[in-house]
Structures are given as structure tokens and as C-alpha cells.
Design a protein around this ligand. Structure first.
Ligand SMILES: *Cc1c(COP(=O)(O)O)cnc(C)c1O
Length: 375
């Protein structure tokens, strides 16, 4: 007897490589204090009102959530001034990405187009679903080649993914270019949904000038994704949302597992939406920290790419290797993100932390660069 064998396409997968956890590094290096700047989490933690809501509703943990999370979808529809019928919520935007792929694309029949490199959940879940992947390389400066993306799409294409601001570079394409891509796709690939992942959009200098959501009604073939994991400070509770064409929302609710957004995540999100003080503080902390980190990295001789997100991608000065530096920072209790899994072994990504974390990171990096210079 033997256990059934896992599908070949699953065996061939490289699993998503998450940022290392604080507990892991504390234990491995025997450290008391570890700073994590690896997963673009909120530098101010979770909103106090959200924490209070979790405590207040802890006793409800024995109840199933209300099917379809109507209170949450209605609150989000009000936030973005869209019809509630178009709002979907999931266990992180990861779940929404996965479901969109499985709802729209049939294995061995349809194709999905995304950038190279890009947020790795899109290609991983495409492979899980057995969908053909077509990838368009980013330009040298990490801007997106939208004509190239559109050229890869055809009648078989069911999904095209664009992240703005992009992960891991932080690049934010002009909104007019994204809108133009939607028009190009409507002609070339009439069955394709353009998924615009705006996970980091609220950190942009001027969200109203760059978000598709602030530009009138969305084109018919566009879905926009947002998440509570970054600016709303609830990554551990797993909650994302999407504004999708209403026919798709209908399909979404049919195939989403009924209770994937849990009771406490829902209550915490509703409270976080009310916590305008925390939210304003978060955005201010990130924008100021982003400038401080970019200046500090440049001062150390690093190449830093302009970012509209809550992280920065950078390359070390000549003579230093990213992997060595990443490991050395780990030993000092600072976790950042190597980009080998994105195919960028020379680059590193650091999340914007609070002022103390940013300073500790820059200080450790400076010492490390000096130490390896001497060696
Ligand atoms: C962090 C991130 C998300 C959010 O994922 P969740 O599942 O909502 O935590 C989505 N897209 C991109 C590009 C991200 O970097």
C-alpha cells in the first residue's frame, strides 16, 4: 500500500517564502530582542480600537460568523462609495486572489498574465490551479511594460495581475497607464479580468491621484484588491477585500468557504475602520519613516528605488553581498527580506518601521558594511 501521490504540478511548486518570524530568530540566535522589518506590517501595531473590539467580542468565539459578512461588506462599500453587491471579503487578499483564479480559469485551457518579478502568490496559485502562466519582464528601472503585458494576453486569457504600488520595488505606475491597460485588454482579451492589487496604495504620497478607486467608476473588466494586513494593522487576523464586477461577486460567494472571515477579524476590522486617529498616525509614520530610511540607505552608499509603499527595495554598495548582509543582520536581531525568491538575489527589501526600528536597522547596517569593508 502507498499513499496517493500529490499532483505533479503541486510537487513541482516552490512554496511561498514568507518573512522569517521573530520567535524563529530569537531562538536560533539566542537573542532577547528582535526587530522584524520583513513583511510590511504596520509599524504602529494594531489599532487600539480594534484590540478593544477583539477583547469585547472574545466571548463570541463559539459562534459561527454571519454568512457573507454583510456588516463588513456594507461598511467597506460605504468607505469606497461603491455598490455593496460588488464588495467581496476573504481570508486575506490571498484568498480572493486564489478564488478569482479558480473561478475564472480552467486548468489546461486558460491563461494568466503577470509581471516578472511580481508578488509570488499570483504565479503560485496559477500553478496550483493548473493554469498557463505568461510573464512579462519588468523594465530595467522596475517600471511595468503594459504594452508587453497586453501583447501576452489573448482569447485564452482570463486574468491579468498588476500590483500598484508594486511589491517588491515600490514603483507606482501612473493611473492613466493602468486605465489604458484595461482598455487594451478589453480589445485584445475580452474574457480577461484585470486585477489591480492595491495592497499598498494608501501609503502613496497622493492616493487620490494614483488609485483607480479615486477615478470614477471602475472599468467593467477591472477588479481592485485591498487588504487589512498593511495600513490597517491586522495581518494576523487575515482579512482582505475586493471591488469586483457584480457578476463575479455572485460567483465569489458561491465558491468561497462559508466562514473564511472569522468573527474576531470582522469585529476588529469594523472597529479599525472607525479608528481614524490610528489610521492617520499610521500613514504619517510610514511616510516620514520612508523618507528617513531612504535618506539613511543612500547615505550608506546603497542604491534605493523610489517607493510609494511601506517598504524600500535597495542594493548594497559594491563589494557587499545581499545574502551575507541579510544573515549578519539576522544575527544582530534584525529581520529584513532577501529577494532571491523574486529572482533578485542582489536586492534586499526592508519594511518601514517605527523611528526606533528604522534607526536600529540603519545603525546595524552601517556597522555591518564597515565590518565587511575591513575584512
Ligand atoms: C501583503 C500583500 C497582500 C496582502 O495579502 P493578505 O493576504 O491580505 O495578507 C496582497 N498583495 C500584495 C502584493 C502584498 O504584498
Amino acid at each position: 500500500m502507498s499513499a496517493p501521490s500529490v499532483l505533479e504540478r503541486i510537487q513541482a511548486l516552490d512554496a511561498y517564502a514568507p518573512g522569517l518570524s521573530i520567535a524563529e530568530i530569537r531562538q536560533r540566535h539566542g537573542l532577547d530582542q528582535v526587530i522584524k522589518l520583513a513583511s510590511n506590517e504596520n509599524p504602529r501595531g494594531a489599532s487600539p480600537l480594534a484590540q478593544e473590539a477583539i477583547r469585547r467580542h472574545a466571548g463570541l468565539a463559539f459562534r459561527y460568523p454571519q454568512g457573507g459578512n454583510p456588516r463588513l461588506t456594507e461598511a467597506l462599500a460605504r468607505l469606497h462609495d461603491v455598490a455593496p453587491e460588488r464588495m467581496v471579503v476573504g481570508n486575506g487578499s490571498d484568498e480572493i486572489i486564489d478564488l478569482l483564479i479558480r473561478m475564472l480559469a480552467a486548468p489546461g485551457e486558460h491563461s494568466l498574465v503577470c509581471c516578472l518579478p511580481c508578488f509570488s502568490i499570483y504565479p503560485i496559485q496559477a500553478r496550483v490551479a493548473g493554469v498557463e502562466l505568461r510573464r512579462c519582464a519588468l523594465r530595467e528601472d522596475f517600471s511595468m511594460d503594459f504594452d508587453g503585458l497586453a501583447a501576452l494576453a489573448d482569447a485564452s486569457t482570463r486574468l491579468v495581475f498588476v500590483t500598484t504600488p508594486d511589491n517588491p520595488s515600490g514603483y507606482c505606475p501612473p493611473r492613466a497607464d493602468v486605465a489604458r491597460l484595461a482598455r487594451l485588454l478589453a480589445e485584445k482579451a475580452p474574457e480577461a479580468l484585470l486585477v489591480v492589487d492595491e495592497a499598498y496604495m494608501d501609503f502613496a504620497e497622493d492616493e487620490s491621484a494614483t488609485s483607480l478607486l479615486a477615478d470614477g467608476p471602475l472599468p467593467e473588466n477591472v477588479a481592485v484588491l485591498r487588504t487589512f494586513s498593511k495600513s490597517w494593522g491586522l495581518a494576523g487576523l487575515r482579512l482582505g477585500y475586493g471591488i469586483v464586477p457584480s457578476s463575479l461577486a455572485d460567483g465569489f460567494w458561491r465558491c468561497r468557504l462559508p466562514f473564511s472571515v472569522n468573527v474576531l477579524a470582522e469585529e476588529a476590522a469594523l472597529a479599525a475602520l472607525e479608528d481614524t486617529t490610528f489610521r492617520a498616525a499610521t500613514l504619517a509614520t510610514v511616510r516620514a519613516g520612508r523618507r528617513a530610511l531612504a535618506d539613511g540607505l543612500a547615505r550608506l552608499g546603497c542604491r534605493v528605488w523610489p517607493s510609494q509603499a511601506n517598504f524600500l527595495m535597495f542594493r548594497l554598495p559594491k563589494g557587499h553581498t545581499a545574502r551575507t548582509c541579510f544573515d549578519a543582520l539576522l544575527r544582530r536581531g534584525i529581520i529584513i527580506r532577501p529577494l532571491t525568491s523574486y529572482g533578485l538575489p542582489d536586492c534586499l527589501r526592508v519594511s518601514v518601521g517605527n523611528p526606533e526600528e528604522n534607526a536600529a536597522f540603519l545603525h546595524a547596517l552601517e556597522e555591518e558594511l564597515r565590518a565587511t569593508e575591513d575584512a
